[in-house]
Design a protein around this ligand. Structure first.
Ligand code: FDP
Length: 340
């Protein structure tokens, strides 16, 4: 007899029985997953749904918003407002966090999300995705403000992303491994397709936007220089490169077959601290990667230990296969030791 398929609902109920999530967190994940199904349908309609192109607005980061950025943000806000599982929400697309409106009961969790990451790829039909992170609302706080969200990534109780590609896949951790669920589009439910994803420790594949090379710091120049030198260089093996420019798609590849993803510090993004956002991108992805046996760093500090200073704080990112992330970090360490 073939194994019965495990739906996300069943998986979460079993996690609750095992004492790994409570009813509120289970509801929260289910609500986010339901919102992702709605976003998946909107993304899938493309030009037929009139959802492509610019919205004509900008976000807090000064980036032009796509129509689908706005739609995805609204879907997540609306879905999460009334369930009673959250105390507040923060989105990459909004200037400030938002407490749950007074008309609804407030729960004990805080939800942060990037509603549609990689959105510059929407119009060209390349995979994009939703990333989310869940924190506990600090004890005694009933109306959370921005500062209540400023907790290091080690405090996350759940994180995940949904990639809208040839398949719609939800990847989730509640702190006990990283698991992938594929959307059965006919039935409309997420089914467990990989329990306990494992990132190979070693890799021969790296992901970086190489057009920024001239702006990188010296240790990054040295690190990538040695990767490119291949078999004849100090690393003694040839590396291949992939850059989708959609973080969810690049990270999904790494969780599936290994590799290192990096968006390092460069002289263009240095005044902001990096390109990617700690709270909406780096932390949830780092939690997922660590739970799959990988590593994540800023190049100098374990990502999950970075103390956030603002909701929209940006950081340099290196994540993926453990040995390769450690290699990248060692170039930074040696450089900094030499400079000291
Ligand atoms: P986007 O700006 O399209 O939302 O989050 C930022 C991000 O995409 C990541 O998904 C992606 O990895 C990166 O930016 C791509 O940046 P570059 O265009 O600089 O390569």
């Amino acid at each position: 007899m073939s194994q019965p398929s495990v739906s996300l609902t069943r998986f979460l109920i079993e996690e609750q029985r095992a004492g790994r999530v409570n009813a509120e967190l289970r509801l929260l994940v289910e609500v986010v997953a339901r919102a992702c199904k709605t976003i998946s349908i909107a993304v899938g309609k493309g030009a037929l749904g009139g959802v492509l192109g610019e919205a004509g607005t900008g976000n807090i980061q000064g980036e032009a918003q796509k129509k689908l950025d706005v739609i995805a943000n609204d879907v997540l806000l609306e879905a999460n407002a009334w369930g009673g599982h959250l105390a507040g929400l923060a989105s990459e697309e909004m200037d400030h966090s938002m407490p749950i409106p007074d008309v609804y009961p407030r729960g004990n969790f805080l939800l942060l999300f990037d509603p549609l990451d990689g959105s510059s790829n929407i119009d060209v039909n390349v995979s994009v995705g939703t990333i989310f992170s869940v924190l506990r609302c600090p004890e005694g706080v009933t109306t959370p403000a921005d500062e209540d969200f400023l907790q290091p990534g080690t405090e996350q109780v759940a994180a995940g992303y949904c990639v809208y590609g040839p398949q719609t896949t939800l990847v989730l951790t509640v702190g006990h491994g990283t698991h992938a669920f594929t959307l059965d589009r006919e039935v409309g439910s997420f089914l467990l397709t990989t329990r306990g994803m494992r990132i190979p420790e070693e890799t021969k594949e790296f992901a970086v936007n190489a057009s920024n090379q001239r702006f990188w710091e010296a240790p990054m120049q040295a690190y990538v220089g040695d990767l490119l030198a291949g078999k004849d260089g100090p690393r003694g093996k040839d590396f291949n490169m992939r850059w989708i420019a959609s973080m969810v798609a690049d990270v999904h590849r790494i969780l599936t077959r290994g590799g290192i993803f990096s968006y390092p510090l460069d002289s263009k993004c240095a005044p902001k601290g990096g390109k990617l956002r700690l709270m909406y991108e780096a932390n949830p992805m780092s939690f997922l990667v660590e739970q799959a046996g990988g590593a994540a760093s800023t190049g100098r500090t374990r990502m999950l230990e970075v103390q956030p200073t603002g909701l929209h704080m940006r950081v340099p990112v290196f994540l993926g296969s453990k040995a390769e992330v450690e290699a990248a970090v060692s170039y930074h360490r040696s450089h900094d030791a030499g400079a000291a």
